[in-house]
Ligand binder design. Structure first.
Ligand SMILES: Nc1ncnc2c1ncn2[C@@H]1O[C@H](COP(=O)(O)OP(=O)(O)OP(=O)(O)O)[C@@H](O)[C@H]1O
Ligand SMILES: [Mg+2]
Length: 460
């Protein structure tokens, strides 16, 4: 690894030299300059990881140097060193991009510590920035695929919501329809993208702990509360809180969160002070909240506060035109991930994908394709790469299935009833009745005995 390069600009030769010596010994490369203009010239032509800058130099003062080099643009951390540190200078220097301030006489260990910390935090800041850019890419709109009218409408709503700043959003849809991806994309497309997205899965935290997790607690709120702890809502300040599986939130907590939805403020557990947080709330659920409200399982006031902007993700079976582009998207993604080179999906396999009901929606489609890509031996996905339940011919076209009464069905009674009807229709001719029901004479006979059907005097 390359040694970090530190530029030391100070007019006091002995100081400069001793700092450089120490830095070199600790594994840095130290370059020395006596004047500001010298230093600026080096910065213009060479790359440095850190600048140690004396405040008072013969040709100009440190603030002037900062103005000329604009460390923020150079992405260069600067530690200012000064004999006459006034607060005003420090504030000004910080505004101009200085990272730290050390007062002369500088202890060498302190200097070293400052150098190390500054470099580490710059690395950290870069890492965080890189992750955010990465996340924006990974979770942005570009990763949501769909061309059906209902998805186009979702895209349109999403971009308007993202631009809206802080309006509360409720995303509803069956499991696997993409509620998570939509929530994340809204966050990363909004101005809040540089701030945290805090996800709370309402079912994942046991109820007694949830309030504490969300709102935090004050020191001494309960026996184990040795220190104050911020809750997740507070950590999301400036960003987004994603309340997933909100339909499973217990009523008592709905009441506690209602106030937060109303004016974005709450009290920590055991606290008296109101804490206000600037965060957008996105909630998601695969439950039908409107009927939960009707049935008294969900507070109506909470529901109305959540349901400011409503996004409904349709089940995949109601937007089959999204299947081919989704399949292509997953194929491309998984080829990359698993280092495979599957080119496409055979026509008969695609026909099956288009016809299947997808109870698990997009997630199920993704899993099916993942399995096919990992296990498949051919260049393209064929019928034999698909799990057998997709191929089962039980696929009744929509709407033709018997509607079952809520109490269930008595199949035995139904069978007897059908038999009696068939016999009546055929005037008691067992062979003819059997033909109507797809049963042979023996099978009919067996059932007449079983149900003790009285055939009357005219029977054959
Ligand atoms: N429109 C889409 N484009 C691309 N990928 C999608 C899309 N919709 C869903 N997915 C993918 O399908 C999977 C399931 O999506 P997601 O987790 O968002 O579903 P969900 O609605 O939150 O489900 P659950 O109710 O079970 O939490 C994820 O891998 C996601 O990346
Ligand atoms: Mg989800």
């Amino acid at each position: 690894m390359k040694r970090p390069r530190v530029l030391v600009v100070d007019d006091e030769k002995l100081l400069r030299w001793s700092w450089a010596q120490r830095l070199e010994r600790e594994g840095y490369e130290a370059v020395q300059c006596e004047t500001a203009s010298d230093g600026i010239a080096r910065l213009e032509t060479e790359e440095f990881n850190l600048l140690l800058l004396d405040f008072k130099l013969p040709d100009m003062d440190g603030l002037e140097v900062l103005r000329r080099i604009s460390p923020k643009e150079l992405d260069l951390p600067v530690i200012m060193i000064t004999a006459h540190s006034t607060l005003e200078n420090a504030v000004e220097a910080m505004k101009l991009g200085a990272s730290d301030f050390l007062a002369k006489p500088v202890d060498l260990d302190v200097l070293l510590l400052a150098v190390r910390r500054t470099l580490e935090s710059t690395d950290l800041a870069r890492e965080v920035h890189r992750i955010r850019v990465d996340e924006k890419e990974r979770f942005g709109f570009g990763n949501i695929v769909g061309r059906s009218p209902s998805m186009l409408q979702i895209f349109d709503l999403m971009s308007r919501v993202a631009a809206s700043g802080s309006a509360t959003v409720l995303i509803q849809g069956e499991s696997g329809t993409g509620k998570d991806v939509v929530a994340r994309a809204i966050h990363y497309a909004s101005l809040r993208a540089e701030r945290p997205l805090v996800t709370v899965t309402c079912t994942a935290i046991p109820e007694p702990l949830l309030e504490n997790e969300l709102m935090g607690h004050e020191k001494g709120a309960f026996t184990d509360a040795k220190t104050m702890k911020k809750g997740l809502l507070e950590l999301a300040d400036g960003g987004t809180v994603f309340l997933d599986e909100i339909g499973d939130l217990p009523m008592a907590l709905q009441a506690k969160l209602l106030r937060f939805l109303e004016d974005k403020s709450f009290k920590r557990v055991g606290g008296t002070r109101d804490i206000t947080v600037d965060a957008r709330i996105i909630a998601a659920t695969n439950k039908d909240l409107a009927s939960a409200v009707r049935e008294g399982r969900f507070r109506s006031d909470f529901y109305y506060r959540l349901n400011v902007i409503s996004l409904h993700l349709s089940p995949l079976r109601e937007r089959r035109e999204d299947i081919p582009p989704l399949a292509e998207h997953f194929l491309e993604k998984m080829n990359r991930e698993f280092k495979k080179d599957v080119r496409g999906i055979a026509e008969d396999a695609m026909r099956v994908l288009l016809q299947y009901a997808w109870p698990g929606n997009v997630r199920e489609l993704r899993n099916v394709l993942e399995r096919a890509i990992i296990l498949g031996r051919d260049q393209s996905i064929g019928l034999d790469d698909l799990p057998s339940d997709l191929l089962a011919p039980v696929q009744a076209p929509e709407g033709t299935l018997l509607r079952l009464p809520p109490g269930g069905l008595d199949v035995t009674a139904l069978e007897k009833d059908l038999l009696v009807q068939a016999l009546r229709l055929t005037g008691g001719n067992q062979t003819a009745a059997g033909r109507l029901l797809g049963l042979n004479r023996d099978q009919i006979h067996y059932r007449i005995e079983k149900f003790q059907i009285d055939l009357g005097p005219s029977s054959s």
